[in-house]
Design a protein around this ligand. Structure first.
Ligand code: SF4
Length: 442
């Protein structure tokens, strides 16, 4: 018999996107502590597991930038210098927290409060408008398992799961067999509403091409049609009146419908008003049938960061502790806004890469100030940081909790040891809190 040189971990949760697939099988070379095979993952999820193996892109020890180049320092020295920067800052920004586990997110809240800083997570540049809308009008929603078992009409509005959440379709929303949808794809009608003919649109039963930034108008035209109002235009938002009537009828006649929406809705003109209207449309459809709505959350634990921030402070993102208590004002305390106004004087970036996706003017201001980056590998943000604190991958090298896009909490698993001197995010933050308290004499 051939001796097995690796250990297989079953039912591993994928820490990449908000679908949090929990059926991955990971083979790990126990001697080398390397991932050697990933089964059931999509391409992007699989890639994340392999990217945890030591490579030229992985930080293995704390680094400090001196005279334009990085040198290795001890953890104690690195944390001491990081604490120095944060304690001396008048208005530090703590940002990120989407790609780490809930326990680390909670430590981030604690640190922000001690520092009197600004605390924000990546929702402020993705589904922040969703949270605002939900606070305004509530949300009729459910779990992905319910959709899988019951939905016969699935609408993807302003999202492209074939690229962004590849296994969502196979596990919950399209090809999968459900308890009441035994024939899988044949038992579901799929609609995509998007300005672009995306790969998801190409596998839909009906593709509705809406004009860019006119989703609000289209949704309200459907709402009016549902109420029996005759539309007095030939088309709304680029969609013919007959197609709007057809769309409203398909929705009404379904047994159980769901709208999954993405940043095509949250980040186009009208922002949270788009989501207000989508939720109102969903609510009104319940006069005719069962209808629900769920955002397609991107980073695997961004839902967790909103949840953890809320249970600690009452608010999901864009929080300011400068007055000694939590204040909430997206647009004022959001990371991009404070950077554009150049109001901060130091940054702690945790499990995030704002340099890749913030506006150029915000990034330019960000690089004017000291940056501490808690990060496992090279990113456009971390390669410009002053201090790099090397992190273990949550969900691969350390356990933790993460919330799926439908708010179901799942336990992340550890399949291998963290390499080099890397530490879990929560431990780094715990030790940083101790240093900060020491310096503040608390
Ligand atoms: S769909 Fe998302 S959670 Fe599932 S394997 Fe792919 S990246 Fe991971």
């Amino acid at each position: 018999m051939v001796e097995k040189k690796y250990k297989t971990f079953y039912d591993v949760v994928c820490p990449f996107c908000g679908t949090l697939c929990d059926d991955l099988e990971i083979d790990v070379d126990e001697k080398e502590q390397k991932v050697i095979e990933v089964r059931n993952g999509c391409q992007i999820g699989t890639r994340k597991f392999f990217s945890s193996n030591p490579s030229g892109h992985r930080y293995m020890a704390p680094l400090i930038r001196e005279n334009g180049s990085y040198k290795e320092i001890s953890w104690d020295e690195a944390l001491d210098k990081a604490a120095d920067i944060l304690v001396k800052a008048k208005r530090p920004l703590l940002y990120g927290f989407a790609s780490t586990e809930c326990e680390a997110q909670s430590k981030g809240v604690e640190l922000a409060e001690i520092l009197g800083g600004i605390l924000d997570n990546t929702a402020s540049v993705c589904h922040g408008p969703t949270l605002l809308a939900e606070q305004d009008v509530g949300v009729p929603t459910s779990t992905l398992g319910e959709y899988k078992n019951r939905a016969d009409l699935v609408i993807f509005w302003g999202c492209n799961p074939v690229h962004a959440h590849p296994r969502h379709l196979g596990r919950y929303s399209d090809f999968v067999r459900g308890y009441f949808r035994q024939d899988g794809r044949n038992d579901r009608y799929i609609i995509v509403v998007d300005p672009r003919n995306t790969n998801t649109a190409q596998i839909a039963d009906l593709y509705v091409k809406v004009n860019p930034n006119e989703d609000y108008e289209l949704m309200n035209a459907i709402r009016a049609t549902l109420r029996g109002v005759e539309i007095d235009q030939k088309e709304v938002a680029g969609v013919a009146k007959e197609d709007i009537i057809k769309l409203a009828n398909i929705m009404k006649e379904s047994n159980y419908g769901v709208i999954f929406f993405g940043m095509g809705l949250t980040q186009s003109i009208s922002h949270h008003r788009n989501i207000d209207t989508a939720i109102c449309l969903t609510r009104e459809l319940n006069d005719h049938t069962k209808f629900l709505i769920t955002p397609m959350r991107g980073h695997y634990n961004i839902t967790g960061s909103n949840t953890v921030f809320t249970w600690n402070t009452g608010y999901a993102y864009s929080i300011d502790f400068s007055r000694g208590f939590a204040r909430y004002n997206p647009g004022e305390f959001s990371a991009v806004d404070v950077l554009l106004r150049d109001e901060i004087d130091a940054l702690l970036i945790v499990a995030s890469d704002p340099a890749s996706n913030f506006p150029a003017a915000a990034v330019k201001n960000m690089f004017k100030h000291p940056i501490i980056s808690i990060e496992p590998h090279h990113t456009p943000t971390s390669v410009n940081a002053d201090i790099i604190l090397p992190a273990a991958f949550a969900g691969i090298e350390t356990e933790g909790t993460a919330y799926r896009m439908d708010h179901v909490p799942l336990r992340l698993r550890k399949v291998k040891n963290p390499p080099g001197e890397t530490l879990p995010d929560r431990e780094i933050l715990e030790r940083l809190i101790e240093k900060v308290k020491e310096k503040k004499g608390e």
